[in-house]
Structure formats: structure tokens, C-alpha cells
Write a protein that binds this ligand. Structure first.
Ligand SMILES: Cc1ncc(C[n+]2csc(CCOP(=O)(O)OP(=O)(O)O)c2C)c(N)n1
Ligand SMILES: [Mg+2]
Length: 235
């Protein structure tokens, strides 16, 4: 993995001090040794899950892929848990997609299913926001989202909920969900400015793949630039 990316994962928070999705997923991967069943929804968190969960077993990633079916994670995770009851199942959703099939918490309650639920809450329809950042001069129209109180919703279905905002609380919260017998909702408050790369722009081919944030300099570039400046060179 590139040095910049490693540094970012270790730092764990963005410029606004909010958690990075990539760090949450990396910590989940380490804690579960890459052996759990992962069921993401659709959006940035989906791509984060596929990139930063270090899968060690086959048939362990259940995903709508390019079909992009927001809301699929919770019901899919229920099906996965019913089919493979002896394995640990994580449903991972964004704040947007989670609300599209939130009523499935009722199925979890009714069948007393042990599905671990993660909401990576960045306050945005993040995948669309990322497009607006890259291709539409950061005009964020229709993407900022106000969420309901996910704790009240989970509790209404008799499911415990933890809201996690600090880096130091990420691993203890994941561990608590693992130790808890039954479903639990973990809501991580995440940095809206985080982006997931690489991505291929709409209508583009592999040669158009974006591997770097088009508007941001990497730490390595910044270091190179400042050392050039030290030597009296201009960029
Ligand atoms: C039913 C449905 N509506 C709209 C979309 C288009 N879409 C893809 S990702 C996305 C945003 C997802 O936001 P969120 O669930 O908060 O996840 P994030 O990208 O923030 O991780 C949208 C609107 C879709 N894939 N499915
Ligand atoms: Mg979101």
C-alpha cells in the first residue's frame, strides 16, 4: 500500500477531525483477521469495504456490485446470516442507504438474528458528493443529508446502538459488537470530505481511471514541493 495511504489510515481522521471510513474498515479487518462475512450497501463505504477489508476467505463478500442497489445491505445480511448462521456477518451501510430498508430491523428483531450493523455516517450521499467534488466544482446540491436519530430507531426495535466519534473508541466499539450476543448498531461519524479512489469517470474507460484526488496534493507531493522551495526552485 502507498505510504500516503498508510499514513492516512494510521492518522484515522480527516482535516475536520472526523473519522475516516478507510480506518474503520481497516480496523474491522484487523480485528476479525479478514475472516468475517461482509455485506456492504452502495456508495463510498461499499468501495472502502472492498478496498480496505483484507479478505482471507472465499465467498465472504456479498455486494450488489455495479448494479448499485442502495438499501440492499440490511436484507442481504439477513439472508447471509440465515444461510450461514455460524459465521459473523457485518452489514455496512451509509447514512443514505441504511434508511432505504431500515424496516428490516423488524425482521432482525422477529428472528432474533445476530447481524452486526455498521452505519458509516458522513452526513452526505457521499458517492454523489465525490462526483460533485471531482467533476462539478464542489457544488453540493442534493447531497447533504440530515439523518434521523439512528439510536432511537435501533432501540425501537430492541437493538443496542453506539455512536462513535473518536478514533480511540473505534476498536472498543467493534469489540463490543463482537462480544455482544445479538444484533448491534454501530454508527461511526465520518469525514464528509474523504474520497475513495481509484474511480473511473462515467462513460470513461480504464485509461481514464482517476488514481489521485484531482484537486489535492498528496503528502509526498507536498514534501517534494517544500523541499524544492527550500532549494529555491519554483513549481
Ligand atoms: C436506490 C438507489 N438510489 C440512488 C442511487 C445512486 N447512488 C449511488 S451511491 C449514492 C449515495 C449513497 O449515500 P450513502 O448511503 O450515505 O453512502 P456513502 O456514499 O455516503 O458512503 C446514490 C444516491 C442508487 N445506487 N440506488
Ligand atoms: Mg453517506
Amino acid at each position: 500500500m502507498a505510504g500516503d495511504l498508510k499514513e492516512e489510515i494510521e492518522k484515522g481522521v480527516g482535516e475536520d477531525g472526523k473519522l475516516l471510513m478507510k480506518t474503520v474498515i481497516s480496523k474491522l479487518s484487523d480485528l476479525t483477521e479478514g475472516k468475517d462475512l461482509i455485506v456492504p450497501d452502495v456508495g463510498q463505504h461499499q468501495m472502502m469495504a472492498s478496498r480496505f477489508y483484507n479478505f482471507q476467505t472465499e465467498n465472504s463478500f456479498f455486494v450488489s456490485g455495479g448494479a448499485g442497489t442502495m438499501g440492499c445491505s440490511l436484507p442481504m445480511a439477513i439472508g447471509v446470516k440465515m444461510a450461514r448462521p455460524d459465521e459473523r456477518v457485518w452489514s455496512i451501510s451509509g447514512d443514505g442507504g441504511f434508511q432505504m430498508n431500515v424496516q428490516e430491523l423488524g425482521t432482525i428483531m422477529e428472528h432474533d438474528l445476530d447481524v452486526k450493523i455498521i452505519i458509516l455516517n458522513n452526513g452526505y450521499l457521499g458517492m454523489v458528493r465525490q462526483w460533485q467534488t471531482f467533476f462539478f466544482d464542489a457544488c453540493y446540491a442534493g447531497t447533504p443529508m440530515q439523518s434521523p436519530d439512528f439510536g432511537l430507531i435501533a432501540n425501537a426495535y430492541g437493538i443496542p446502538h453506539r455512536k462513535v466519534e473518536k478514533l480511540a473508541d473505534v476498536v472498543p466499539a467493534l469489540q463490543e459488537a463482537i462480544d455482544h450476543k445479538g444484533a448491534m448498531v454501530l454508527e461511526f461519524i465520518c469525514d464528509p470530505a474523504e474520497v475513495i479512489l481509484p474511480m473511473i469517470p462515467s462513460g470513461g474507460g480504464f485509461e481514464d481511471m482517476l488514481v489521485k484526488h484531482p484537486k489535492k496534493k498528496s503528502n509526498t507531493q507536498k514534501k517534494e514541493k517544500s523541499s524544492k522551495a527550500d532549494q529555491g526552485e519554483t513549481a
